[in-house]
Design a protein around this ligand. Sequence first.
Ligand code: GLC
Length: 425
Amino acid sequence: MRWTRAAGRGLLAAAVALAGYAGLGAPSVGQAAHGGGRGPITLVTAGDLTDYLDPVLEDWNRAHPDEPVTLVELPDSADETRAQMVTSLRSGSGRFDVLNIDVAWTSEFAAAGWIAPVEPGRFPLESFLPPVVDTATFGGRLYAVPYVTNAGLLYYRSDVLEAEGEEPPRTWAELERLAKEVAPEHGLEGYAGQFLPYEGLTANATEAVHSAGGSLLGDEGATVTADSAATEEGLRFLVDGVREGWIPQEALGWKEEESRLAFQEGRLLFLRNWPYVYAQANGEDSKVAGRFGAVPLPGPDGPGVSVLGGSNLAVNVRSEHPDTANDLIAYLTGEPVQRRVLTEGSLPPVRADLYSDPELVRAFPYLPTLRRSVLTAEPRPKSPRYDQVSLVVQAVVHDAMAGRQTPGRAVARLARELESVARED
Ligand code: GLC
C-alpha cells in the first residue's frame, strides 16, 4: 500500500486501537491484562558512552525495590541499536518497557504502532527546550518524552591555532584553508566527522546540505526537495575534503568513537562531533586535554546548521508495567537527573533552565554555545520510512565521498532514490 497521510493516520489509528491506546489516557494492553501496570521494568538504550546511567538507575532501584529497572545497552552505532530494538518490537515482545530512542526514529516507531502515545499533561513539556518537544511528536501527537538533546560542534586545537595567530573558523573556506595549510605543518590531519555509512553520516551530510541552504525532504517525508544546487554545494564540501586530502581517507570508516579517539590522540586539527566529546577529550587519557575548544559548525558564509540529535524516552505498547515505565521516565526527565545527565553523562539535557545555571556554566563553559547550537539546529526529516531515507543518504554520500560519483550525479541519484522511498507501496 502506498504511504499517504490519510492511510498513515488510518494505520496508526488501527495500530493504536489494537494496542489498547484508542484514546489518550486509555489503558495499555499491559495494564488491562496485568492490573496496575506496576513491577520490574527494562530500559533499553544505545551504548552509554560516558558510563553515567548505572548510578542513576541504582538510585531509582534503591527507592523502588519492587519496581527495579534493568538496563540493556545495545551497540553504540545508531543503526545497530535501531535494528535490535525493531527486531524485538516487531516480534511483539514486551521485553523492553522503556525505549531510549534516537530522535530520528520517533516517527517510524510511532507510525508502526510500537510506542504508546504520551499524556501531554503528565510531563512538564513547557520546561524543555522547544525544538526537542517537536522531535517527540508525530502526526500532531506526542509519542515520547524528550530526554537528551544534541547538536554537532566543531572541535579545534586551540594550541595550534593560537601558535599560528589564527581564530577558529566560521566559514567552510576558513576551515579548508587551515585544514589544508596549517594542519600538515603540525603533523596533523585536517578535518573529520562521522563518515562511515550509518546514521552518523546521514547527520553529517544533512548538516552540510542544510548549512548550504538545501534540504532533502519536506512535509513529514511526503515531498522530495533534494534536487538543488544548494544540496550539491553541501555534498561538494565533504567530497572535496576527501579528494583534496584535508579529510583523511580513513575517516570514511569512522563513527563517533573512532573520530573522537583520533582527535584526542592528537591526530586531527578539526573534528565535528557531539558535546560528549568535550569531557572525554579533557580526560586523563587524552593527549589534547586543555588544548582544544568548541565552536558552532561553520557553513558557506558564516555559522552553519547542526542537525538536532538526542533521544526520547518511549513506552513499548506491549509493556506489562507501563505505570512504572512512565514513572521512570518522569524520574529521568526531572531536574535532578537532568542535571546529572550533564554533570556525570556529559550529555546535553533537555531542560532549558539548566543552560543558564551559573554553577553549570562555570563548570561547562561550552553550555552557551551548545544552547545556541541546539536552538538553531534543524531536525532530520520526519518520515514513517526514515530508516530507508537514511539508508539512501548514507549510501549515496559515501559513494560520492569515496570518489565513486561526482557531487552532481550524487544529487540526481539522491533525489531519484528518495522519490522511490516516498512513493513506495
Ligand atoms: C548521536 C545523536 C543522534 C544521532 C547519532 C548518529 O547519538 O544524538 O541523534 O542520530 O548520534 O550517530
